[in-house]
Design a protein. Structure first.
Length: 500
């Protein structure tokens, strides 16, 4: 019997009523294992209404009450990390170790939310004028929404909702319809932790559900992670409806390798950053820029390592890379490799014909490595979101930085060098929101914020960290003046001398 994934509204699972469903496949076999209910406008409205009702009390709850729930949730999340990872592998396809890593990174933000009282401390200035004090405080927005992608179905929602509910908001999550089960498992754990009904809700669906959240008058803010075209649409539409928006878009992350770099370390980093999670991550390194005469040696070292990667089902402990999420996505990724030679690239490794014995119907693609890629090639210009690494050649550091800064994307980047002066210049001159020095995937820890520049971010706030706290709250400044108690009206004795 096919599994059905429904919605979570008002603290309980709710059957889909629209009659519309979408298929969820096991990427390793290609078989449809689950049907996910698609929400109608009325069902989205019901989730928002449940969140609005819950905000009336949750928004006034104490910090101690909120963090007590979050501490219990953290313990449950830790105890269930294997179960969540299994759901991720079953629907996304990534290997179990990658799925466990995803849960661990989400736990970092839960940790941050458990200590939210530090981030919510206000400011006070006393005696700014005679008997006048000024205080700054931060308060929750109300109902906020998160729209999350398929590539990290547990981690990216946890970039959002822990801080949102810790700061007193209520939350409506619209996860990817391609792998919805982890979101429902998280909802169950939150309920088990004692989160009041309606504070966290899940509506599954497609564009109908997304557009209703963007337009709904009771939704005060929208967080999004996904492709650049959709991020731009989210930002434009939600902003037009008066909402606060953080919309993280796509990427084409570059890694600059200088002639003095440790090439073995650089090759190791390039392989793990390009092919980990099958390249389906916005922080993947998809373009290596080799400076000077090191290009041939670096490409040879990358190839040597890439050819050893074992591809197979994500639930096989020996697999190092799993399949892609859907057959359609697999075919799109393959098209960049098959068209690369005609656009001037040298195809060093072609993974488009890869299959796995016993799993021939899975969404398989092998490792692809393209060298001497011109900047005009589609494989360089587009975000591929698959295990395809482009190598570009430049003569100088300045030429490499200019090439990288010409990209419309500015998510993450890295430099590999032994020279501290070169690394320092790179940090200041590169136009990207996250920079790694001899670190290929510079994803910030939970207490620093994540986000890019240019077409990789729409909105003024990065996600999680201090920016996350500010995004889910709004500032209020209170100016007060109290008369001195010695000036109390005649007949009122407050115990203060009147000759003060």
């Amino acid at each position: 019997m096919t599994k059905i994934v429904n919605h979570w509204i008002g603290g309980k699972a709710v059957d889909g009523a629209s009659g519309m469903f979408g298929p969820v496949t096991d990427p390793a076999t290609g078989a449809v294992t689950t049907q996910v209910a698609f929400a109608s406008v009325d069902e989205v409205d019901a989730a928002v209404a449940a969140a609005k009702d819950a905000f009336a009390t949750w928004g006034q709850s104490s910090l101690a009450q909120r963090t007590t729930v979050l501490f219990r949730f953290r313990a449950l999340l830790d105890a269930n990390r294997d179960a969540i990872a299994e759901l991720i592998t079953a629907e996304h396809g990534k290997v179990h170790s990658d799925a466990l890593g995803e849960v661990a990174r989400g736990l970092e933000i839960v940790d941050l939310a458990c200590g939210i009282n530090v981030q919510l401390k206000g400011e006070l200035s006393t005696q700014v004028a005679s008997r006048v004090d000024v205080a700054s405080i931060r308060q929750p927005l109300g109902v906020v929404a998160g729209i999350t992608p398929f590539n990290f179905p547990a981690m990216v929602p946890m970039w959002m909702f822990p801080l949102a509910i810790a700061t007193g908001n209520t939350f409506v999550l619209k996860p990817s319809e391609k792998d919805p089960s982890p979101a429902l498992k998280i909802a169950e754990l939150l309920a088990e932790a004692g989160l009041p009904d309606g504070v966290f809700n899940v509506v599954n669906g497609d564009k109908v559900a997304v557009d209703r959240l963007l337009e709904h008058p009771d939704v005060k803010a929208v967080s999004f992670v996904g492709s650049t075209p959709i991020a731009r649409h989210i930002h434009t539409t939600a902003s037009a409806h008066g909402k606060r928006v953080q919309a993280l878009g796509g990427a084409k992350n570059h890694m600059l390798v200088l002639p003095d770099a440790d090439l073995d370390a650089a090759a190791d980093a390039a392989v793990s950053a390009a092919y980990g999670s099958a390249g389906e991550r916005c922080m993947a390194i998809s373009a290596v820029v080799a400076v000077g005469a090191i290009g041939d040696e670096l490409v040879a070292k990358i190839r040597e390592r890439a050819e050893k990667i074992k591809i197979g089902p994500g639930n096989d402990p020996t697999s190092e890379m799993g399949p892609l999420i859907t057959a359609a996505h697999r075919d799109k990724v393959a098209s960049y490799v098959t068209g690369a030679a005609a656009e001037g690239a040298e195809v060093v490794l072609d993974g488009t014909g890869h299959t796995v014995e016993g799993f021939e119907d899975g969404h398989w693609i092998g490792i692809s490595l393209l060298d001497k890629v011109p900047t005009s090639a589609k494989a360089y210009r587009d975000e591929i979101f698959g295990p395809v690494l482009c190598v570009l050649r430049v003569d100088t550091y300045d030429e490499g930085v200019a090439l990288m800064n010409a990209s419309p994307f500015g998510n993450g980047t890295a430099i590999f060098t032994r020279d501290g002066g070169a690394a320092r210049r790179f940090q200041l001159e590169i136009e990207a929101g996250m920079v790694g020095v001899n670190v290929p995937i510079p994803v910030p820890v939970g207490y620093h914020s994540f986000g890019g520049w240019k077409d990789s971010l729409f909105g003024d706030h990065h996600i999680y960290g201090n920016d996350g706290t500010h995004f889910y709250t709004r500032g209020k400044v209170v100016t007060t003046r109290w008369p001195d108690p010695s000036e109390a009206p005649t007949g009122v004795d407050l115990g203060f001398p009147r000759n003060h």
